[in-house]
Design a protein around this ligand. Structure first.
Ligand code: CMP
Length: 139
């Protein structure tokens, strides 16, 4: 089925000016970028977005990083978009990511790993709604 997933190009990607290179990998995989904007997340936005990780030891570091510079938030659409984008991203830890994936090619570390993608339909819907109004998504 056609799905939508939520994507973030993280501060390590904007800092190195590689958002276009990452978008090319997304599009080459057959995903369509149906919404996109560049924002600087507030701490509040990052804490809300990553609330499920609140008790993790890296939570503070994660919020610091995600608010350290601009990010590009996106909605991606396509056949099985959630799993497809996770395949394109590669493993969270770039040293474990498969060849040709965004994280293998571009990620700096497990924290500064260039991209985020939703892990399930329910989280995709919640994450998309945090950053996009319905009329900002143009399929
Ligand atoms: P993301 O898919 O955005 O969701 C949670 C993020 O936490 C994850 O990508 C990583 O960037 C980050 N993360 C996971 N494990 C660690 C870790 N051990 N240290 C720092 N950050 C981490």
């Amino acid at each position: 089925a056609i799905q939508r997933t939520f994507s973030i190009l993280k501060p390590d990607a904007t800092e190195r000016n590689i958002t276009g290179a990452i978008n090319a990998l997304i599009e080459k995989a057959g995903l369509r970028i149906v919404a996109q904007k560049r924002i600087h997340m507030t701490r509040g936005q990052a804490e809300t977005f990553y609330a499920v990780h609140k008790e993790r030891p890296f939570f503070g570091e994660l919020v610091d990083f995600m608010t350290s510079g601009p990010v590009v938030v996106q909605v991606l659409e396509g056949e099985g978009a959630i799993a497809k984008y996770r395949d394109v991203m590669g493993a969270t830890d770039p040293s474990k990511a498969a060849d040709g994936t965004i994280r293998k090619l571009h990620a700096k570390s497990i924290g500064e790993n260039s991209v985020h993608g939703s892990d399930a339909p329910e989280t995709a819907a919640i994450e998309i709604a945090q950053f996009f109004a319905g009329n900002e998504i143009v399929g």
